[in-house]
Design a protein around this ligand. Structure first.
Ligand SMILES: C[S@@+](CC[C@H](N)C(=O)[O-])C[C@H]1O[C@@H](n2cnc3c(N)ncnc32)[C@H](O)[C@@H]1O
Length: 250
């Protein structure tokens, strides 16, 4: 049995009771920590809390060599842990389908996701979001501009865009850097950069920071430690505007 268990957004308190029971009863516990990360805890604390050894998986382990995971799930109970909801803005549908093809039973234990948390923290209506996008750290000779194309396409349809920020090993993109990259991408594509952003840091923690404003304003805002995420809003509904004025300093 392969059980996909969502860890929620920030620390050990975010897993559901169903998820906790599932992890405590598992024969093997894997942690996928490359699509998202719980910044309010670490692997040692998780192992102590779950009373289980945790095997940390790389993207290659999951996407290219998942045989070990599937073989263990064929023989026993395997919990596969992911930050947020295990099936939101991840590639784990592929692993679930591979398990099904191998005749291994699967289940999903859902959890809070950044995709829904942004709606509560920003007041932006969830049904007004278009396709989301990710801003990667630029590499030498590689500077993709797809994110600004997604933002522009959504704005044409008057839809908000959720913009995920890159995570690498121990490197986390922050809001000011992401805005600078988006502005550079827009300049490269000859597109106007977004006039308004909503920046959110540490959703799910006791002290999330939510700020709305221009790129210039948000680049000077102190958001504190990661994780960070951005929204580029479309035209604001009066309720959305009022909410941002009250809770995000618009
Ligand atoms: C690719 S998404 C994965 C979403 C995850 N499966 C979920 O359901 O929440 C990960 C990105 O979302 C954002 N993110 C995730 N958790 C966050 C949090 N607690 N606070 C702020 N941003 C967060 C970061 O930009 C991070 O790089």
């Amino acid at each position: 049995m392969l059980m996909f268990v969502g860890l929620g957004l920030y620390d050990l308190g975010d897993i559901s009771l169903k998820g906790l029971e599932c992890v405590r009863n598992a024969d093997t516990v894997y942690l996928e920590a490359y699509t998202s990360r719980l910044m309010g805890t670490d692997v040692a604390e998780m192992e102590a809390f779950f009373e289980k050894e945790i095997r940390v998986l790389s993207r290659e382990d999951v996407e290219q060599n998942p045989r070990d995971i599937i073989e263990r799930a064929a023989r026993g109970r395997v919990a596969f842990l992911t930050g947020g909801d295990p099936m939101v803005s991840t590639t784990h549908a592929d692993l679930r389908m591979r398990a099904a093809a191998a005749g291994v039973a699967t289940s999903i234990i859902h959890a809070s996701s950044i995709s829904s948390a942004v709606c509560g923290l920003s007041g932006l209506q969830n049904y007004r979001f278009g396709k989301s996008c990710s801003v990667p750290f630029p590499a030498k000779g590689w500077f993709p501009t797809a994110p600004v194309e997604t933002i522009a396409a959504n704005l044409d349809l008057n839809l908000h865009t959720l913009v995920f920020l890159d995570i690498q090993m121990d490197r986390y993109m922050r809001i000011p850097e992401a805005i600078a990259i988006i502005e550079e991408m827009a300049a490269k594509r000859g597109i106007e950069p977004p006039a308004l952003y909503v920046g959110i840091a540490r959703a799910g923690s006791e002290s999330p920071v939510v700020a709305a404003g221009s790129g210039a304003k948000l680049k000077e805002t102190q958001f504190g430690p990661p994780l960070h995420v951005l929204v580029v809003p479309a035209d604001l509904h009066p309720m959305e505007r009022e909410y941002l004025e009250i809770f995000a300093g618009l």
